[in-house]
Design a binder for this molecule. Structure first.
Ligand code: ADP
Length: 470
């Protein structure tokens, strides 16, 4: 038996800002079903975590964490949820704040957390064989493990290479407590870069789709890290994310109006309900296009912004849910004000609103500039909502363009980062919506799409087995 410790900055149902939380909340359970592997998860204890969870925490121990010249107090807490043991590290100074990210000292907060993970290892209920860290926030845990605990092997997963955890070089002497000979491993262009540190130190590197694993070796997608990824290419593998199909299940989703499996009539009921809720024209025949997303450049909103005026001249409805860059919020608010019966914009983060939109809509728009994996298109397929995507990263690996000649494909896609290619794909989807001979085979393919974690869990287990045979 080998024991894997997942270290991450977010995890459903405790704290979520995006897809990372979904992965950390569901992959360990799938891995626990694999023979020979046990998983523990370790997370920061955020102030905003619901009392429902906080009340269930069981204190394990107090300990201290060296951060430069200071010793920060910390405590370790345990919570068993859905068959997986989760540990939480508490420190009021760093995590007794609102929200998750966005503080001037985020770098220092996650240096602390990364070091705390290593200091907490002797306090866990199992000896850990492999530390599996996720994204820059836990990148330094990989470095510290490699430097301080040579008995532990390490895996690092890139969920999004755009966010790397840069700090000025002084952070090394101010925060790290490791010898100067380790500076080069953490340094990138004269600064400290937490993701680069992990890429340098990890035994194995994974990312969340095979296409993205290839893309990030190219300068266009690598955000400056292509040289190190090419150096490490033999240890880099892309494994597609799954979703928790019990959790995202339109048949038993507590948030939606009319539960369904694949009934179009029921989906129309959900659409009518949402139209009423959002004060759109109540007509279930009108095709509804959805967006549930962070409103940031990565997601391709410059393209959508450019063609929305033209697209809204059609008999369609557009429903958006998200928060993010002020400029996008303002520009989409302009369209929602101009076309109140056709377009709705909700500027908030709400699980309930998201599920209602997935259930009610006919199409899901995701024209990402880059997309490591993307979970929203998988959730939308699960809710029988047809994705319209740009062919990049995980979108390319999971959404296959409909071909009316062969009848293959579970969505619509376009290749270039170009607004009119998006408009063309959206217009084609509209045509298909009104042609039963096209829409029926398309929906059939959507119904057949499967994205459970089973196959990917096997691939992860293969990576672990290479490092520590059971
Ligand atoms: P990313 O992790 O880059 O934000 P993903 O597609 O991998 O994108 O995952 C996004 C996740 O966050 C999905 O579960 C999606 O439904 C959810 N989500 C995004 N924005 C919102 C929102 N405003 N309200 C509720 N859920 C949201």
């Amino acid at each position: 038996m080998r024991t894997i410790l997942f270290a991450a900055s977010e995890c459903t149902p405790f704290m979520k800002t995006g897809g990372l939380a979904d992965v950390i909340g569901s992959l360990p359970r799938a891995l626990e079903k694999e023979r020979g592997t046990e998983v523990r998860v370790i997370l920061p204890l955020y102030e905003e975590m619901d009392a429902e969870w906080k009340d269930q925490l069981e204190k394990v121990a107090d300990f201290t964490v060296p951060v430069g010249w200071r010793n920060q107090p910390a405590s370790l807490h345990r919570l068993d949820h859905d068959g997986v043991t989760h540990y939480f590290i508490r420190n009021e100074f760093y995590f007794g704040r609102q929200g998750v990210y966005g503080y001037f000292d985020d770098g220092e907060r996650y240096v602390f957390f990364s070091r705390a993970v290593i200091e907490a290892l002797p306090l866990l209920d199992r000896d850990i064989d492999i530390l599996h860290a996720h994204d820059w926030q836990t990148g330094l845990a990989v470095a510290f493990a490699n430097i301080m605990r040579t008995d532990i092997r390490t895996v690092f997963t890139i969920h999004n290479i755009q966010y790397q955890g840069w700090m000025t070089h002084e952070a090394f002497s101010d925060l790290m407590n490791i010898g100067l000979e380790h500076f080069a491993g953490l340094e990138w262009h004269g600064m400290i870069n937490c993701m680069k540190a992990a890429l340098f130190h990890a035994d194995k590197i994974t990312t969340v789709s095979p296409s993205y694993a290839e893309e990030i070796k190219q300068p266009y997608y690598s955000e400056g890290l292509d040289s190190i990824l090419n150096d490490r290419a033999v240890d880099l593998i892309g494994i597609i994310n799954g979703i928790d199909t019990d959790e995202y299940n339109p048949q038993k989703d507590p948030y939606i109006y009319a539960p369904y499996t694949s009934s179009r009539a029921k989906k129309r009921e959900n659409k009518r309900f949402l139209q009423r809720e959002l004060c759109l024209t109540e007509d279930p025949d009108v095709p509804m296009y959805a967006v549930v997303s962070r409103l940031v450049e990565q997601k391709g909103f410059h393209l959508l912004e450019r063609i929305l005026e033209e697209f809204l001249q059609e008999n369609v409805q557009v429903v958006m849910l998200g928060t993010g860059d002020y400029a996008f919020e303002q520009s989409f608010a302009y369209f929602a004000n101009k076309y109140p019966n056709k377009m709705s914009l909700q500027l908030k983060f709400s699980e309930a609103a998201a599920r209602q939109i997935y259930a009610a809509s006919d199409f899901f728009i995701m024209p990402s500039k880059f997309e490591p994996c993307g979970l929203s298109q998988l959730i939308s397929l699960q809710y029988k909502t047809i994705p319209i995507v740009r062919e990049t990263g995980g979108l390319r690996d999971t959404v296959h363009p409909f071909n009316e000649v062969t009848g293959e494909g579970n969505g619509f896609s376009f290749a270039n980062y170009n607004a009119h290619e998006l408009l063309y794909a959206m217009r084609y989807s509209l045509l298909a919506y009104h042609r039963e001979d096209l829409f029926k085979p398309l929906l059939k393919n959507v119904n057949k799409s499967r994205f459970s974690w089973k196959d990917s869990a096997k691939l992860y287990n293969g990576v672990y087995a290479e490092l520590v045979p059971s």
